[in-house]
Design a binder for this molecule. Structure first.
Ligand code: SF4
Length: 500
C-alpha cells in the first residue's frame, strides 16, 4: 500500500510507447517502484507532485489535473465510493502546508509522448544546467529564496512551451459581444437561459416544439452533451437546429468525449456554423451511464484546460500545437459552477481558476438550498469570482417526490429533505414543484452577484414559459406558442442535470 498518499492504493502504471534504452528503462523502473510505493505514482511522465502537495492527482479516476470535478464530496469519490476524492485531500494538505497558491496554476494536459517515462533524469539534467552548487545553496537557504528557486525550477518542467499555464486572470481580449447572451450580460441585463434535453432519436420534432414554447422567454438555450453519460443527439446538431429556429444556442461540450484533437476540430466547426456560446464542462463519468462502459480512467483534457485552450484559439489565434488559425473562432466561453459539490472554500478556488482560465460566464448546477447557496456565493464574492464573471443560478422545477429523490442521488446535487417532504405531502406534486422553483427564483435572483437564472427543466420544457413569467423574470404572456406544448416527462427522472 502506498505510504504517503491518502488514496492508499496501487493503480496500474502507464507504460511508455516505443523502444527505450536500457539505462532509461532502468531509471523508469526504479522511479516507478519508489514513487509507486510512496505516492501511488502511475508514471504519467508529467509529474505534478510538487504542485499538488505531494499527492499524485492521477489517482482521480478521471485523471483530472486541475482540481476536483463537480461531483466531489468531502466523503468520497462518486466514481468509486471506496476511495476519497483525491482532490479533496490535495486541497486539505495544500492548505496545511501553505501551498494552495500552487493549485491555482492551470496545468497542461498530459503529453502522452512522455507517459511511462521517468522524470528524474530531466530533473538531474536541469540541476546540472543551473549548477549543482546553485541548486544546493538554494536548498539550504531561507524559505523565500528556496521557494523562489525551486518554484521556478519545477515550473520549467511542468509548463512546456506549448502550454505556459499560470495563475493569472486572462480576461477576453477587447472585442464587441459575439452573441446576444454576451451582449445582454455586458449591458447589465438579467438573463434567462434554459436547458433542453436533446432528442434520443433523429427526429427533431420534440426539440423544435421545446424551442417554440421557450423562444420568447429565454435569452439562450443550452443543449446538454450526452448527460448522465448517456448518448443523445449531439449538442452541436441541436445548436444548429436552434439557430435555424431563431433561438440562440449554448453549445455544451463535455471533455469526457473529446480528445484535444476532436475538441479543436469541433469548436472550429461550431463557430463556422454560427455557434457562439460554448459551455465547457468536464462531463459525468461513464460509471453513471448505461453499460457497456467506455474508458473509465482518463480524460484527455478537463474543463479548465478546455477553457484555456479555446480562449487561446480565439484570442491568440493558434492551435494547441502552435499552428496559426487564420480566421479565429468568435466564442463566448462559459463554465459550470457547482454550489453543492465539495466545500464552498474548495469550489471557490476551482471557480476562480475557471474564471482565470477564460470563463466569461457561469451556469450553476441546480440550487434547492438557498441558504447554502448564499454561503457559497459569499465565498465566490470574497475570491473575486463574481466581480469578474457573470453568474447564472440553476433552478429545476421538480415534478414529483420520486424525481426529487432521484436528483438527491445525483453527484453534486443536494435536495433538502424538506423539499422531498413537501412534494410527498402534496396532492398535486407538479404544482408544488413549480411553487418550490418559484420560491427559489424569488430568493436567488436578489442575491448579490446573481446575473441570471438557468432553468433546467429536465424533460419538462413546457413548464419553462410559465415558470419564467410567474416568477416575474419576463413580462406579460405572449401569444400562444407556435407548436403545441411538449409532452411532460419525456425524460426519465434519473436523467438529472449533472454535468460537472
Ligand atoms: S470525485 Fe471527481 S475529482 Fe474527486 S477523485 Fe472522484 S472523479 Fe476525481
Amino acid at each position: 500500500m502506498p505510504g504517503l498518499t491518502p488514496g492508499r492504493r496501487f493503480q496500474p502504471a502507464y507504460f511508455s510507447f516505443g523502444t527505450r534504452s536500457v539505462p532509461e528503462r532502468l531509471v523508469a523502473f526504479v522511479e516507478r517502484r519508489t514513487k509507486g510505493l510512496l505516492f501511488g505514482c502511475r508514471m504519467c511522465g508529467n509529474c505534478l507532485l510538487q504542485e499538488t502537495a505531494f499527492i499524485c492527482p492521477m489517482e482521480c479516476p478521471k485523471g483530472l489535473r486541475n482540481g476536483p470535478c463537480g461531483g466531489s464530496t468531502p466523503e468520497g469519490c462518486y466514481v468509486d465510493p471506496t476511495r476519497p476524492c483525491i482532490w479533496h485531500r490535495i486541497y486539505e494538505r495544500a492548505e496545511r502546508l501553505g501551498r494552495t497558491g500552487l493549485l491555482m496554476e492551470v496545468q497542461p494536459p498530459l503529453d502522452w509522448s512522455r507517459v511511462g517515462h521517468d522524470t528524474w533524469v530531466e530533473v538531474i539534467q536541469r540541476v546540472r544546467t543551473r549548477g549543482i552548487g546553485t541548486a544546493a545553496s538554494a536548498l539550504f537557504s531561507g524559505r523565500e529564496t528556496r521557494q523562489r528557486f525551486w518554484g521556478d525550477f519545477f515550473r520549467g518542467i511542468r509548463q512546456p512551451d506549448w502550454w505556459q499555464g499560470d495563475d493569472l486572470p486572462h480576461p477576453a481580449a477587447p472585442h464587441e459581444p459575439v452573441s446576444g447572451l454576451e451582449r445582454k450580460l455586458a449591458a447589465g441585463e438579467f438573463v434567462v437561459t434554459a436547458e433542453v434535453a436533446p432528442p434520443l432519436s433523429v427526429s427533431p420534432e420534440r426539440l423544435v416544439a421545446s424551442l417554440d414554447v421557450m423562444r420568447e422567454v429565454i435569452d439562450a438555450a443550452n443543449f446538454t452533451d450526452s448527460p448522465s453519460a448517456t448518448p443523445r443527439m449531439s449538442s452541436l446538431a441541436c445548436s444548429v437546429i436552434a439557430l435555424a429556429h431563431g433561438v440562440e444556442p449554448v453549445l455544451q461540450i463535455a471533455a469526457r468525449d473529446r480528445t484535444r484533437m476532436a475538441l479543436q476540430a469541433d469548436i472550429l466547426g461550431a463557430a463556422a456554423l454560427g455557434v457562439r456560446n460554448v459551455l465547457c464542462i468536464t462531463g459525468d463519468h461513464p460509471i453513471v451511464g448505461p453499460s457497456p462502459h467506455g474508458r473509465m480512467d482518463i480524460w484527455d483534457v478537463d474543463a479548465i484546460q478546455m477553457l484555456w485552450l479555446l480562449r487561446r484559439m480565439r484570442d491568440d489565434g493558434h492551435y494547441l500545437d502552435g499552428r496559426e488559425i487564420k480566421n479565429r473562432p468568435a466564442l463566448f466561453l462559459g463554465a459550470a459552477a457547482s454550489p453543492s459539490a465539495s466545500t464552498p472554500r474548495i469550489q471557490a478556488l476551482r471557480e476562480l481558476k475557471k474564471s482565470h482560465a477564460g470563463a466569461q460566464f457561469f451556469q450553476s448546477n441546480v440550487v434547492f438550498d438557498v441558504d447554502a447557496f448564499e454561503r457559497y456565493l459569499a465565498t465566490l464574492e470574497r475570491a473575486g469570482v463574481l466581480a469578474a464573471t457573470p453568474f447564472l443560478a440553476g433552478v429545476t422545477p421538480l415534478r414529483s417526490a420520486k424525481m426529487a429523490k432521484a436528483m438527491a442521488g445525483v453527484p453534486g446535487v443536494k435536495v433538502p429533505p424538506r423539499v422531498i417532504e413537501r412534494l410527498e405531502a402534496s396532492a398535486e406534486p407538479e404544482k408544488e414543484g413549480l411553487q418550490i422553483a418559484l420560491e427559489v427564483i424569488e430568493k436567488v435572483r436578489r442575491l448579490p452577484g446573481v446575473r441570471g437564472i438557468h432553468v433546467m427543466a429536465v424533460g419538462w420544457e413546457s413548464i419553462v414559459p410559465r415558470l419564467v413569467r410567474e416568477s416575474g423574470l419576463r413580462g406579460t404572456p405572449s401569444p400562444a406558442p407556435v407548436s403545441p406544448p411538449v409532452a411532460a416527462a419525456s425524460v426519465p427522472d434519473h436523467h438529472a442535470p449533472v454535468d460537472h
